[in-house]
Design a binder for this molecule. Sequence first.
Ligand SMILES: *Cc1c(COP(=O)(O)O)cnc(C)c1O
Length: 478
Amino acid sequence: MTGAAQPVYDWDGFGFETRQVHAGEYPDKNHGLRVPPIALSAGYLFEDFDDQVSRFDGSIHWKAEEHPGREDPAGFSPSERAAIYSRQGNPSNWVAEERLASLEGGVVSVAVSSGQAAISAALFALAQQGDHIVSTASIYGGTRILFGRSFKRFGIEFDFVWDADDDAEWERAIRPNTKAIYTETIPNPCNDVTDLRRIAEVAARYNLPLVVDNTVGTPALIRPFEHGANIVVHSATKFLTGHGAAVGGAIVDGGNFDWEAAERAGRSFPLITRSSRPGVASMLDRFGTGAYARATRESVVNDIGPTLSPLHGFLLHQGMETLSLRMERHVASSQRIAAWLEQQPEVESVDYAGLPSHPLHELALRDYGTAPGTSGAPGGQSGIARTGSVFGVTVRGGIAGARACVDGLRVFSRMTGIGDTRSMVLHPLTSTHGTFAPEITERLGITPGLLRLSVGLESADDLIRDLRGALDRVAAVS
Ligand SMILES: *Cc1c(COP(=O)(O)O)cnc(C)c1O
């Protein structure tokens, strides 16, 4: 044994493609397994009585007592951590968590059982009964339902801002009891990319953490922390696992929100800044930049219990190994298909910000126009706005046209879901947005002829042929 310099734990400074393959991995000391094993165990063996005591005694996720002065969780590899029960942490999920935190450029991540669980836990750590959250209006349908139903039942209210550029609208929406601003990078179905820098400016002005759902963007296309976000949430079900086999979610702490300044300005975040019991310092005092993630894991996820299965944790960290490669192909095919669709006589409009005709194309170029860098070097402006692969197409003939198109597709799968290898089609007005009042769907641009496409990794030629065949049917009814 020569003590060779492998494996590396600290992947800071390496390129995105290197980190998506390696970040979070740890050595298997028994057999030298190169791929982190699926850690299917609900619980963990304590070495002795005192080990049990110390694991429960405030150092539950890693053997902090063996590393005085190393309280920053980012400095620990999974093999150095001491778990007590898989509801709080599991080695397979730790790999996924470290990898995602690295790719997003955050400090700590918490994996949970679904995207909805991630959004819920992220916001429950910030707001409680009597509090209020402001969200942009164009967000995932399931999230809007979650906010309007379950959060409402728990006494947390929402207001929606329609025009992020309108200061007066923010002014009207934000109240003394507001605890967060919520938005998404690339809302679907309309691909109406969000001006994160603008919203981050508002959030900073009011001392509010900005929570961003980056499910559709993914860190391969945009890293919200670079634009001023403080917390990122994901439905890992989509591009991160990438193959449509597992439901999962994650929260990433950017470590860049000043909780004390917010407290001084009258916005209190008790789970983070206050002591939970006598003699125990606040999460902020104990964990510094990782305090929010720690509070979310210990005080929300562990209480409520939306744990990610280690099997799914494995699928998540394995899926991320190819994230940037898949996203490149998703985007290249989407660019081609969106441009082609726009030329077809049966198509009324295409909502893809990557097209020069889209009203948000300039913003899309600013935030999604950088070519992917190799070996960690940032790429230059590419002239192409890489706004993902989930977008809207409106066919002629309203509902009848939409029905003809959907039923005429063979390669596109008729299903709810986005962001995996398969191409998918859905009619939002009668599905994701089916329970909304007409004035809301109208304002969101969810019209009878609108279809949501998620462009997968099949041959783009085949996808175009498939769409052409379906549009022939639209021509016959419109
Ligand atoms: C799918 C999705 C969610 C919900 O995630 P689940 O994993 O299905 O719970 C949240 N946000 C966005 C943008 C999504 O696409």
